[in-house]
Design a protein around this ligand. Structure first.
Ligand code: PLP
Ligand code: ZN
Length: 406
């Protein structure tokens, strides 16, 4: 096991040892990527060998950063289903639309992937305490994986983060704090705490291995589509680690000879009330200015700044992708449509991708035969407080007068 070779700065190219804990590039402050000896990995593992392995993201372990399999901290994350949406596709005049259903991960979101990878590697390198700011779901996942690894876990999240996330941090025994502010304010507290107390800072993309967990989204997509990639990927973007990870995975898989040069158009979606990446995309820059007064019901998209802005925007532009915003009302309507038409209770972030798909079809941006994959990044069950079910009351002595249709 283990073809990890070194860490490399995505901006200035500086290299670092993968045998010690690192956060960002000390030369320029930008994001570090793990690099592998892909030539050696190519002769060690094949697509056929992977097919017979256990259905977790660790089936790609040759392309993952942990050297000793005994250090893997797992709760069974990954290999989530890729579900077709036949009814909604037909409604939109499309033939092939799928959803990657990430709500089935441990802790109910795709954050499990990143935190499984990061906590495993931190444990392997001897960290005792991890710390991170979170919009909510990363906190839940960090709390769970740190509990499983036996690491202390320090978390700061917005005071109005979803109730489920707070309850999860509490039950997993994390040292969680709330801040009157957003994830970037929480980040400041974590940075100071890490300096003061020696916690290992696991902020997304400031820690080099969460992206390795997220990149398995890209490996799975290819494997589940018979080692091909779709034409369009629509992804709800906060810190952007998923899109950045998938883009990295595609390049790795091509170097391994597992896929060809075809790439999906990578489409990012943000909430109308917090859309720094969409604004930067439209302005043609590769740096996104912080979004003021960020507000949306999609807690995971309430991310006013992202250290990986240049990587996100790079993937969107290189792929010939696009950038869309959706309003909170559109998100709620999309949640209801996905649930009622396809039996899929998406989180608001995931539902936003369906809202964007409708807008793209309206704008003529997707051909009828194109293969489209939406990412539902979390379980709708974590967000029941967003819904106001008004169910009629019946009594036992009276039959229901008329059956209600859909
Ligand atoms: C459910 C959900 N979807 C999407 C996101 C955004 O993810 P990323 O930071 O990879 O862009 C988050 C982040 O908190 C989330 O919780
Ligand atoms: Zn650098």
């Amino acid at each position: 096991m283990g073809y990890l070779s070194h860490l490399e700065c995505t901006a200035c190219g500086a290299t670092y040892s993968a045998n010690e804990l690192h956060t960002v590039c000390t030369a320029c402050g930008k994001v570090l990527f793990p690099r592998y000896d892909l030539e050696r990995a190519k002769s060690a593992v094949s697509r056929a060998a992977i097919a017979g392995r256990a259905p977790t993201m660790w089936r790609y372990h040759e392309l993952m950063p942990v050297s000793d399999p005994g250090h893997i901290v797992t709760l069974g994350e990954g290999m989530t289903p890729l579900l077709p949406l036949p009814r909604l596709a037909q409604r939109l005049g499309l033939r092939q639309v799928w959803v990657k259903e990430e709500g089935l991960n441990p802790t109910g979101s795709f954050k499990a992937r990143g935190l499984s990878a990061a906590v495993s590697k931190a444990k392997e390198l001897g960290a005792r305490a991890a710390a991170l700011p979170s919009a909510g779901n990363a906190a839940s996942a960090a709390a769970a994986y740190c509990a499983r690894a036996g690491l202390d876990c320090y978390i700061v999240m917005p005071a109005d983060a979803p109730h489920t996330n707070k309850a999860e941090c509490d039950v997993y025994g994390a040292r969680a704090y709330l801040i009157r502010g957003l994830i970037n304010d929480a980040g400041k507290v974590i940075r100071e705490g890490s300096r003061e107390h020696g916690w290992f800072d696991m902020s997304t993309l400031k820690e080099p291995y969460r992206v390795e967990g997220k990149k398995t989204l890209g490996y799975e997509l290819a494997e589940q589509l018979g080692w091909s990639l779709p034409d369009v990927v629509i992804y709800p973007t906060g810190g952007g680690t998923g899109i950045v990870g998938m883009w990295k995975a595609f390049a790795e898989m091509e170097a391994l000879g597992w896929i060809g040069p075809h790439r999906p158009r990578m489409v990012i979606v943000q909430a109308a009330g917090c859309a720094p990446m969409i604004r930067a995309y439209r302005a043609g820059t590769d740096h996104a200015e912080p979004w003021e007064r960020a507000e949306t019901i999609a807690a995971g998209l309430r991310v006013p700044v992202a250290i990986g802005d240049y990587l996100i925007l790079g993937a969107v532009r290189e792929s010939g992708g696009d950038a869309y915003t959706v309003t909170d009302d559109e998100i709620l309507a999309s949640m209801r449509e996905l649930a009622a038409a396809e039996g899929l209770f998406a989180c608001p972030e995931g539902a936003a991708t369906y809202g964007a798909l409708k807008a793209m079809v309206r704008d003529g941006k997707i051909g009828p035969a194109e293969r489209v994959v939406l990412f539902n990044t979390g379980a709708g069950l974590k967000y029941v407080d967003l819904l106001r079910p008004e169910l009629p009351i019946v009594d036992a002595d009276h039959p229901i007068a008329a059956a209600r249709g859909r």
